[in-house]
Design a protein around this ligand. Structure first.
Ligand SMILES: [Zn+2]
Length: 67
């Protein structure tokens, strides 16, 4: 008979993208999406004398710093 066949083994596929990095980005998006807007800081005074506040957590700007 002929020579024995070469027995090619399938090499494991290397991961190029870190799953952890991907997950942390999703965490950031989710945190912003689920923000309860409880801590506000002064943002700016508008021309009409009203104040704008900015959520310390997600950066949302609002005249009415509530939920
Ligand atoms: Zn917020």
């Amino acid at each position: 008979m002929s020579k024995s066949d070469g027995g090619k083994g399938s090499s494991p596929r290397p991961f190029s993208v870190s799953n952890e990095e991907y997950a942390s980005r999703w965490d950031a998006i989710f945190a912003k999406d689920s923000c309860d807007h409880k801590v506000w800081t002064f943002h700016e005074e508008k021309a009409d004398g009203k104040y704008l506040y900015e959520c310390m957590k997600c950066g949302k700007v609002s005249e009415t710093p509530t939920n």
